[in-house]
Design a protein around this ligand. Structure first.
Ligand code: PHE
Length: 355
């Protein structure tokens, strides 16, 4: 009779030496295939002597069962170690520095324009725009500024081509004229944009930004102007209370005219808006002059209202603690990294200094 112990240990050796599931499959064929070791042993049963047959068959069946069991276990083991190997070889080194990408930053001026626009939108102002290159008519004459009025010098205008009557607008007020000429009252608009004057020092840049406001309707008075500006200053600087001072002033296109100061103090090296006994000028305003309304064919006996002009860069400097205006326009990427805003931040009017 066959030496079943020997056969068993040969087969077990084969199985043990297998290192992956593919070679295990070929070992399986070697054992149980058409001409496999065990298959051949079964074929022999018929030719055996009656006296041996029973013992032989029972030993062979035991061997078959044992090997089948061991093969099953080996499949599981190999699967396991394949996964472990994969995990080991494909391990991610989380200490490697990631691939950097450079996200742009929102410039403080753009940020403030967004904030201011949504603050005014909440109380019904829509946005208008006008060109940077203007004519004397829109920039001065229609705004009741006569030919020889000192304001034309005072504003230190960049004239592009006098013969063609082209200049860089010195304020956003020409947008008042353009807006009123193109439709009928009531008007309730703001107009943010670039403005230009020959001026350059720590607080003046030859190009800067203004925001014009205009509200014309029946029965609009100075109380509305004050209410609107209180609302705006409180929302923008995120303060509950604010001290505002209206100082009599003069603009050819408003009567009466005022300059508006807000109260502030310096605390622990930081500026606090709305409290204290110091004053900071932030805007010019007034009731729109009847001559301006006549120039745009609006009847001043029926309609009246207010206008104001705020320096946007100045608002940004105050709210975000930036002290040199010229840096705004030097395009220094380090400055923008520091003072700019994350474009993925949810925009809000109510954010404080987040640094
Ligand atoms: N345009 C004025 C300036 O630039 C500001 C202003 C606007 C004043 C509207 C009154 C009304 O200084």
């Amino acid at each position: 009779m066959e030496n079943f112990d020997q056969i068993e240990s040969d087969i077990l050796n084969k199985i043990k030496n297998v290192s992956n599931r593919n070679s295990l499959d070929s070992v399986k064929t070697e054992i149980f295939g058409k001409k496999g070791i065990i298959t051949e042993l079964f074929k022999k049963i018929g030719s055996l002597d009656q006296s041996q047959r029973k013992e032989y068959a029972s030993k062979l069946n035991d061997l078959k069962a044992k090997i089948t069991e061991i093969l099953k276990k080996q499949v599981v083991n190999l699967g396991q170690s394949e996964i472990n190997n994969k995990l080991k070889n494909e391990k991610i080194d989380i200490t490697l520095p990631g691939r950097t990408y450079f996200a742009g930053r929102i410039h403080p001026v753009s940020q403030v324009i967004d904030e201011v626009t949504s603050i005014f939108a909440e109380i019904g102002f829509s946005v208008e725009e006008g060109p940077d290159v203007e004519s004397e008519y829109y920039n001065f004459s229609a705004l009741n500024t006569p030919e020889n009025h000192p304001a034309r010098d005072m504003q230190d205008t960049f004239y592009l081509d006098r013969s063609k009557d082209l200049l860089l607008r010195t304020h956003t007020s020409p947008v008042q004229i353009r807006t009123m000429l193109k439709s009928k009252p009531p008007f309730k608009i703001i107009a943010p944009g670039r403005t230009y004057r020959c001026d350059s020092d720590q607080t003046h840049s030859p190009m800067f930004h203004q925001l014009e406001g205009l509200h014309i309707d029946k029965n609009i008075n100075m109380g509305h102007l004050k209410g609107c500006l209180y609302y705006f200053v409180k929302k923008f600087f995120e303060v509950e209370k604010v001290k505002i001072r209206f100082r009599p002033s003069h603009f050819p296109f408003t009567e009466p005219s005022a300059e508006v100061d807000i109260g502030y103090k310096i605390q622990d090296g930081q500026i606090k808006i709305g409290e204290g006994y110091k004053w900071l000028e932030i805007l010019g305003c007034g009731m729109v002059h009847p001559n301006v309304l006549i120039n745009v064919k609006v009847n001043p006996k029926q309609y009246q209202g207010y206008a104001f002009g705020v320096g946007i860069d100045r608002l940004a400097m105050l709210k975000y603690g930036i002290n040199d205006l010229r840096a705004f326009f030097e395009s220094d990427i380090r400055w923008l990294e520091f003072y700019g805003f994350d474009p993925l931040d949810v925009p809000t009017n109510y954010r404080g200094l987040s640094r």
